[in-house]
Design a protein around this ligand. Sequence first.
Ligand SMILES: NC(=O)c1ccc[n+]([C@@H]2O[C@H](COP(=O)([O-])OP(=O)(O)OC[C@H]3O[C@@H](n4cnc5c(N)ncnc54)[C@H](O)[C@@H]3O)[C@@H](O)[C@H]2O)c1
Length: 334
Amino acid sequence: MAANGRAVLVTGGAGYIGSHAAKALDRAGYRVVVYDNFVAGHRGAVKYGELVTGDITDLARLRETLRRHAIFAVMHFAAFLDVGESVREPAKYYRNNVGGALTVLDAMASERVQPFVFSSTCATYGEPIETPIVETHPQKPINSYGETKLAVEHALPHFERAYGIRSIRLRYFNAAGADPDGELGEDHSPEIHVIPRALEAAATGQPIDIFGEDYPTPDGTCLRDYIHVADLADAHIRALARLSQGGASASYNVGTEKPSSVKDVIAAVERVTGKTLTRRSAPRRPGDPAVLYASAQRIRQDLGWTPKHADLDSIVRDAWRWHSAHPHGFGDRS
Ligand SMILES: NC(=O)c1ccc[n+]([C@@H]2O[C@H](COP(=O)([O-])OP(=O)(O)OC[C@H]3O[C@@H](n4cnc5c(N)ncnc54)[C@H](O)[C@@H]3O)[C@@H](O)[C@H]2O)c1
């Protein structure tokens, strides 16, 4: 087995996507070390691997962790990700998303740790000029969240040249769903993503806001590419395997290539939960492009990745199973 019990540091491993990746790494035979400061993560989400409580801006702690656990590779999930907040508080985003990521890379350079898998985002593309979005599409973010992720992408070739750190940048589209075994799920607070918000609306009978119904799309609502979190985790395992075998640095979109509208999501939630949602029209949110969906041809070809849970109903079904079994998330919300 390629993994052979080698240790991987998972920054942000107490968060939504990182916790699912930690499970996938464990299943693939790696030793997992989760590194998180719990600013948004949950102790209950750390079910796989050892936990180190620490901040990604703490160079000494990172270096000590890399050494003590004989880490051979890093998956870097830790970041802030609320687009609206990033516009209001760019300093907070630059400090954590850029400063933190560069500190992790600095620690890796000092401790001679090499492969790096980075959580990037379709937000680095900004307003698309062509869909589906291919990796060579111009990257012109329209908010500071996207800018912070792009800044790290731009730093990576320099860290490779100087310190030999090869990296794969995975540009996720809309992460969604939950662990198909029902062990892990999404617990953001406040929740900014449409599927958990629609599930919450189904559970409580509260209305679901639709932000804009006059977009130039077939039903007037935004089109997005929802990618199951287990398929994202699988993309990480494949990226790490490629880098471990000496593969070259690369950037990949991770999406299903299928656009779904907000109204499609609501219809799927109604089918899965058997409840009828009350829709409430709300104004467009600034910075929401009408259409965002991926071409994932590159990752299919290079890494043999293919989404196994691509249909919206199965994504919503897994999310609903976790949501209904954990109405208060991991139970540690303040
Ligand atoms: N959720 C999505 O749809 C989506 C889409 C594209 C990209 N991403 C990226 O994926 C990554 C994970 O997203 P998520 O949805 O799992 O978010 P999340 O908030 O659930 O997880 C992030 C984790 O990082 C930790 N963290 C944040 N700052 C830290 C710091 N300074 N030190 C240590 N730990 C810190 C948090 O406590 C949390 O556990 C992020 O980098 C995000 O930008 C997410």
